[in-house]
Design a protein around this ligand. Sequence first.
Ligand code: ATP
Length: 350
Amino acid sequence: MTVELSNISKRFGSIVAVDDVSLTIENGEFLILVGPSGCGKTTTLRMIAGLEKPSSGRIYFDGDDVTQFSPQQRHIAFVFQNYALYPHMTTRKNMSFALEDQDIPSDEVAQRVTSTADKLGITDQLDQRPGELSGGQQQRVALGRSIVRNPSVFLLDEPLSNLDAKLRTNMRAELQELHQDLETTMVYVTHDQEEAMTMGDRIAVMDEGTIQQVAPPNEAYNQPANRFVAGFIGSPSMNFFDASLDDGRVRAGPFTLPTPDRVSGPLSELGIRPEDVSVTPTATGEDVSATVTVFEQVGSSNIIYLEIDGETMIAETDASVQLAPGDDVGVSLDTERVHLFDRGGDAVHS
Ligand code: ATP
């Protein structure tokens, strides 16, 4: 089902939680809503679910205006962070109970529960109660309860945040497989940019109630629309320097670069991702001299904190580079990979 938000706003008293959001989620798409705490993600999801009425704007499902529909009329499934399973019911009952309000013959209910449990790998847990299950198993039951309803849209609000890091990584992959299998439209809320980057067809990055960019994860990473998206997506975060155009060159903090062709208007900031910063043991040519303050080996790469004229910047290098705190090094930027922003924070594109 296609979900269209058209100029949606939601106010709680004087707080504008969602501010004139327009967004179309395609049929069968896996869309991630990501942004910092309080940016309006959950409120947006709750409006799609019908749990919250927009203060203004319309919501369409497959072109039909559902703005005034109750949650029951919308045929959606909502999976929460805290699972909300019934503690006294078995897995089987928790799942079949979700179908009680739908007039479905009992043999079909049983069949749906069995095939869903099989899909989610919880067949052996069908007769156990939530208290006897691990966090990951409980999360699967919560998903299963939604899947048996065969909804037109899945809405998931931070469904993995109560799981430990390893299980979370596994469940991310499982959710993607599940989406490929079900081919149902999914809207997934998270504040975790890493989670957003590893899942989903597109991500919608929100800040202060507004959508900053909607794009496939790689595009948001490589061509952030503005300073907010550039700083929010990616870990370690992008380095930023105040920048200006000066006599055909870009001056950014300690760095001076040739002006890329795409630049025309006034500049305010330059951003460079840690992996686009080169660090060499000795400064040569146009390299800027820096001192290593922290050297972290994270397995596949090294994270290097550098101090240049009292400013800190972060570089990420190949694991073979060996340095130690106190080492003097040369630093240069990959000119092709710099991000430039104007005074309003918008990316300066060609
Ligand atoms: P989080 O990741 O912390 O859940 P979020 O991005 O999902 O954050 P929302 O829960 O949508 O953000 O909240 C957006 C803003 O609206 C916040 O300032 C919040 O305090 C406010 N808000 C949300 N629900 C209500 C409510 N029922 N009454 C008053 N203010 C609310």
